[in-house]
Design a protein around this ligand. Structure first.
Ligand code: HGY
Ligand code: MN
Ligand code: MN
Length: 427
């Protein structure tokens, strides 16, 4: 059975989805529960309904669209990703996994395939940390990694609570019901653009993800002494932004000095108060992101950053507060799902590369509750989180075809074997 993927249809739907944005194309900005996000959700529900899928949404806005199988009582196979986009992003991050997952289901329907286990498309709420500061909000909650109590504490930069904005958006189901029961899915596969240059550089059309790097993020608040830029003499200053500058360079140095190319650290946001050219900065809030495929090395860099903040602030007389937003372990893919992906690649005669994901994805949390793996399609120049992000239709279609084959296999997979035998490529 060769799933007939309609790549021009995926491109049309990606283009249509890209219109739901608060910034003009090619820059896409689609932040949780803003009007473009709600319009995009409505559009997706239309497409899922057209495909005859059973739709439900939970209290956080996670969207589930199910193709009921002949054994509906068995745990379903899931696929999916996210549709939210950070400010001034591209139109492929997340959306390729959502519309690609939907097209994989439609291609199987067109081929006359009848699922045994139901196949469910999941659109995770707020994979990006933009509005509430923590990534993978929806998948964390589904996996039980973010409690209803913790969800109730979340507020955005305008002080609006998640509770307030979700109710306003029409998501009123209790947050206590978001977490999925153990064994709810038999497998989860996420299709995503690579967001890196490896596949394109090596001329390999598909990546099979064996592990996802461990992300951590910190929010650092630095309180100095403000004042008039003309009258506060240099020896009397406690300039929060100068302290921040030293800390930011320290973040970079600790990552560069970790002993591994796999360690990355970024100070991605810097809010300055009062942010006036003729006023000494009194307060700065930094957003710091630290990742590594090895948790211990990542944690060492986090410790170094803590020590660096203490030294700089003590020397400069700056008060500080470091809030740990998340320090997540890395995850390894399930060999059973990897096997299904490798077999699907060979049936489609597609070369692939086994690789690590340096970006995090909803799969990082789905792996806590279901055997999970990911498929990567190349993106031009490895560019992502930028308006010039691009994935070629033929690459997307190839990924969708392999995804469809893998979902079909997993839909007929028996109960998961107790031990997850490691995958060897001559399997
Ligand atoms: O930041 C990430 O890795 C993901 O793209 N949100
Ligand atoms: Mn992203
Ligand atoms: Mn993404």
């Amino acid at each position: 059975m060769k799933p007939q993927v309609q790549s021009e249809r995926i491109v049309q739907e990606l283009e249509r989805l890209a219109e739901f944005s608060t910034t003009p194309k090619p820059a896409i900005t689609r932040v949780l529960f803003t009007p473009p996000d709600l319009e995009a959700r409505a559009y997706l529900k239309e497409l899922c309904a057209e495909a005859g899928l059973l739709i439900r949404e939970d209290g956080l806005g996670n969207l589930f669209a199910r193709w009921t199988g002949s054994a509906p009582e068995l745990p379903a196979v899931a696929t999916g990703s996210h549709i939210d986009a950070i400010p001034y992003a591209g139109m492929y991050d997340g959306t390729v996994g959502v519309l690609g997952g939907l097209e994989a289901i439609r291609a199987l329907q067109r081929a006359g395939f009848q699922p045994r286990r139901s196949i469910e498309l999941v659109v995770f709420t707020a994979e990006e940390p933009t509005r509430f500061g923590i990534g993978c909000l929806g998948s964390r909650a589904l996996a039980g990694a973010l409690s209803p109590e913790a969800l109730h504490l979340l507020k955005d930069s305008e002080g609006r609570s998640l509770e307030e904005v979700r109710q306003e958006a029409g998501y009123t189901e209790p947050l206590e019901e978001v977490r999925l029961p153990e064994g709810y899915y038999s497998a989860f596969v996420e299709l995503h653009i690579e967001q890196g240059p490896v596949l394109e550089q090596e001329g390999v059309p598909l990546g099979i993800v064996t592990a996802i790097a461990a992300p951590a993020s910190l929010r650092v608040t630095l309180e100095g002494e403000g004042g008039h830029a003309g009258t506060v003499l240099m020896p009397d200053r406690r300039d929060a932004l100068c302290a921040a500058a030293e800390i930011i360079l320290g973040v970079e140095a600790f990552a560069r000095g970790s002993g591994s190319i796999n360690t990355v650290a970024t100070t991605g946001s810097c809010e300055v108060y009062p942010n006036a050219v003729n006023s000494v900065p009194s307060r700065v809030v930094l957003g710091i992101d630290v990742r590594d495929v090895e948790q211990a090395r990542r944690d060492q860099v986090v410790r170094n950053i803590f020590q660096g903040i203490e030294q700089v602030c003590t020397r400069r007389g700056i008060r500080y507060n470091v809030e740990v937003i998340n320090v997540d372990p890395p995850t390894k893919s399930s060999s059973e799902v990897l096997r299904a992906l490798v077999e699907a690649c060979s049936e489609s005669a597609v070369r692939f590369k086994l690789m690590v994901s340096r970006a995090y994805h909803d799969a990082l949390f789905m792996a806590r509750i279901a055997p999970t793996a990911m498929l990567f399609v190349p993106c031009r120049g490895g560019v992502s989180h930028r308006p010039d992000e691009y994935a070629a239709p033929e690459d997307i279609a190839r990924g969708v075809e392999v995804l469809a084959r893998a979902l079909a296999k997993l839909s007929y997979a028996e109960e998961k074997s107790p031990k997850d035998e490691p995958l060897t490529l001559n399997d």
